[in-house]
Write a protein that binds this ligand. Structure first.
Ligand SMILES: Nc1ncnc2c1ncn2[C@@H]1O[C@H](COP(=O)(O)OP(=O)(O)OP(=O)(O)O)[C@@H](O)[C@H]1O
Ligand SMILES: [Mg+2]
Length: 230
C-alpha cells in the first residue's frame, strides 16, 4: 500500500479485534483506517463455510486449498474477505448509506491488487477515534437517535440486497451524532440461502444491544420495520 502510494505512513495500531487489526494511517486523501485481516486460524466467521465449500468462489481447487488451510489457501481467503468487504462498502457507499468511504476501487481490478488489506476513510480524528456504540457514553436522546439510525441503516442495507451478518453495537461507530456501520466480510446477499435467518439474527442482537443502551425495542418489531414496504 505504501509502495503504491495509497498510504504515506502508518501512525499506529488503533484496535486489534478478533478478526482483524485496524491501523491509523495517513494518505494523500487524509486519515485512513487500514484493516488487515489476521491469519485464518484465529478467525471464526459464522459464514466462512460458504468460502470453504466454494459456493461463493465458484472454484473447486481454491475452495479445497482454503478448506485445507494451506499457505496459499489462507492468503487467498484473506484476499477474498477484503475483496468482499470492499464490494459491499462500495455498494452501500454509492447508495449514500452511512459507512466509511472505501478508498480502493470500485474497479474490481484495483480491489484485487489491494490484497488482504481494506483501506477506508477514518471515522473520527486521530486524537479521538469514533467510539463504537458499545463504548460510547450516550444520553437518552442520543441513545434513541442511535437506535433509530441503526434500524434505518439495517433497512437501507436490506433494500440494497445486503444482510450485514454481525450486527451489534460493536460494529456501529458513533461520530458527531451519526451512526456509521462497519465490518462487512461476513455480509451476505439477500438472495443467498440463509439470508433471512441471518437478518433475524441481526435484528435480535441489535435489539439486545439497544436494550443495554436503555432503548427498549423488540426484535420482532425491529425486523418488521426493516423489511416492511413503504
Ligand atoms: N473506518 C474506521 N474508522 C475508525 N475506526 C475504525 C474504522 N474501521 C474500524 N475501526 C475500528 O476498528 C475496530 C475493528 O474493526 P472491525 O470491526 O472492522 O474489525 P473486527 O476484526 O471485526 O473487530 P472486532 O472483532 O472488534 O469486531 C472497530 O471496532 C473500530 O473501533
Ligand atoms: Mg467488528
Amino acid at each position: 500500500m505504501q509502495e503504491r502510494g495509497f498510504v504515506h505512513e502508518i501512525v499506529g495500531e488503533l484496535k486489534s479485534g478478533k478478526e482483524a487489526t485496524v491501523y491509523l494511517g495517513r494518505s494523500p486523501l487524509g486519515d485512513v483506517a487500514v484493516k488487515i485481516f489476521r491469519d485464518v486460524e484465529v478467525r471464526s466467521f459464522k459464514n466462512d463455510q460458504r468460502y470453504q465449500d466454494g459456493r461463493w468462489i465458484g472454484d473447486a481447487r481454491l475452495a479445497k486449498a482454503i478448506r485445507h488451510r494451506s499457505g496459499r489457501g489462507r492468503r487467498a481467503l484473506k484476499a477474498l474477505w477484503a475483496a468482499h468487504e470492499y464490494l459491499i462498502l462500495w455498494r452501500l457507499w454509492q447508495a449514500g448509506v452511512s459507512v466509511p468511504e472505501p478508498l480502493v476501487g470500485p474497479e474490481a481490478f484495483d480491489i484485487a491488487e489491494a490484497g488482504e488489506v481494506v483501506l477506508m476513510r477514518f471515522v473520527g480524528t486521530p486524537e479521538a477515534p469514533a467510539p463504537r456504540l458499545s463504548d460510547a457514553v450516550l444520553d437518552a436522546d442520543e441513545a434513541a437517535s442511535a437506535c433509530e439510525q441503526s434500524v434505518g441503516l439495517m433497512r437501507a442495507c436490506w433494500r440494497l440486497g445486503v444482510v450485514h451478518g454481525d450486527l451489534s453495537a460493536y460494529n456501529l461507530l458513533w461520530w458527531e451524532g451519526r451512526v456509521v456501520l462497519i465490518d462487512f466480510p461476513q455480509a451476505m446477499d439477500r438472495e443467498q440461502p440463509g439470508a433471512q435467518e441471518l437478518l433475524a439474527q441481526d435484528a435480535k442482537s441489535l435489539a439486545f444491544s439497544f436494550r443495554r443502551l436503555g432503548v427498549a425495542i423488540e426484535p420482532e418489531e425491529l425486523l418488521r420495520r426493516v423489511t416492511e414496504e413503504d
